[in-house]
Design a protein around this ligand. Structure first.
Ligand code: HEM
Ligand SMILES: *[C@@H]1O[C@H](CO)[C@@H](O)[C@H](O)[C@H]1NC(C)=O
Ligand SMILES: *[C@@H]1O[C@H](CO)[C@@H](O)[C@H](O)[C@H]1NC(C)=O
Length: 318
């Protein structure tokens, strides 16, 4: 009798899990039996790290994007290069990626609590989500159960979008991964956090003159030149509040003060311009669209089962 009752409970539980599952068996309660405290563990360590250095929020969110766009959300961005392999993280496209130590710390704690259970890919997704919330952005639930990959090659990062891309090119490359123009604008809103270096926007100016047709504000062009006079690594914030997740990034675009070509171009294309305006006007709409787009981004080419592993050390394949 007792065994029967337990079986019934188990079946009900399994049904509940399947009901809340996403394509590829990701689910909201994936770790409920195997590592119940995964979310509070991630949140606490992210919060501590961001209290010490709020700039890391931007790093963690960007890390999730770069992870998902190359080889799917499989933790490949975390793998260190070896003598036989130059990894994704060592490509020039890794500029300003940061927060790797935060992921290491979370992994260490989770390995102590539930060894071999929580994937590095899930940790990045959760850390990015918690970073958005820490910076006063929206909170959203994410499905879990991603497995880690074992391929991380510098040459794959050619598939990241370039900051010199115009809207048509962004629509093409994001479209290949199933994203709509509206989702491109919402996801680009992550640039409400953080900075870019001169190397990423110097294509827009030459000899102090604007050469990018989307760079129409001469004072803003001067400010880019001033930053660049301190060299390729000099940083400039995307908007007035680099550690607050808000809609001022979109406000900047409507004033032609977008930092990268790939930012300002969104305000020039008929398929993206209206969303820039809508988000600049209505922060709640931006937050709503952003969380939906982030959940979708977090499902890109997710690995499952024997197709992947749970790395013990996020920096190395098992
Ligand atoms: C639309 C295509 C995108 C392009 C071309 C692009 C390009 C860039 C570039 C060039 C930088 C500055 C790197 C540097 O100079 O150090 C940057 C920073 C950043 N990107 Fe993007 N990005 C795009 C979309 C996204 C998405 C979808 C996210 C996340 C959902 C994201 C999150 C970030 C964040 C948070 C930063 C600031 C990093 C920091 O301060 O450490 N970006 N991006
Ligand atoms: C990024 O790549 C460069 C080489 O292009 C490397 O020197 C640097 O250490 C890498 N940064 C990180 C954080 O891994
Ligand atoms: C966008 O860039 C592509 C590739 O460089 C170019 O062919 C196209 O004309 C550009 N579109 C606009 C509107 O500038």
């Amino acid at each position: 009798m007792v065994i029967m009752a337990k079986l019934v409970t188990l079946i009900l539980l399994l049904e509940a899990m399947v009901a809340s599952s996403f394509p590829g068996r990701l689910s909201m309660d994936y770790y409920v039996m195997s590592c119940a405290f995964v979310e509070p563990v991630v949140r606490n360590i992210v919060n501590q790290a961001l209290e010490d250095d709020p700039n890391l929020a931007a790093g963690l969110i960007r890390m999730h994007f770069h992870d998902c766009f190359i080889q799917g959300c499989d933790g490949s961005i975390l793998i260190d290069s070896t003598k036989d392999n130059t990894a994704e993280k060592d490509s020039p496209g890794n500029l300003s990626l940061r927060g790797y130590e935060v992921i290491d710390k979370i992994k260490e704690e989770l390995e102590a609590q539930c060894p071999g259970v929580v994937s590095c890919a899930d940790i990045i997704a959760l850390a990015a989500r918690d970073a958005v919330f820490f910076a006063e952005g929206p909170y959203y639930d994410i499905p879990k159960g991603r497995r880690d990959g074992s391929r991380s090659k510098i040459e794959d990062t050619i598939n990241l979008p370039f900051p010199t891309f115009n809207a048509s090119e962004l629509i093409r490359v994001f479209g290949q991964r199933g994203f709509t123009p509206r989702e491109i604008v919402a996801l680009s809103g992550a640039h409400t956090l953080g900075v870019a270096r001169c190397a990423s926007f110097k294509n827009r100016i030459s000899g102090g003159q604007a050469i990018d047709p989307t760079l129409v504000d001469s004072e803003f062009a001067e400010s880019l030149s001033r930053t660049c006079s301190a060299g390729d690594n000099a940083e400039q914030a995307f908007d007035a509040t680099k550690n607050v997740f808000d809609n001022l990034y979109f406000d900047a675009l409507t004033r032609n003060n977008g930092l990268l070509t790939s930012d300002q171009t969104l305000y020039t294309h008929p398929q993206t311009k209206n969303f820039v305006e809508a988000y600049a006007f209505n922060q709640a709409m931006f937050f709503f669209d952003f969380q939906q787009a982030m959940v979708r981004m977090g499902l890109l080419d997710v690995k499952q089962g024997s197709n992947g592993q749970v790395r013990v050390n996020c920096r190395k394949v098992n």
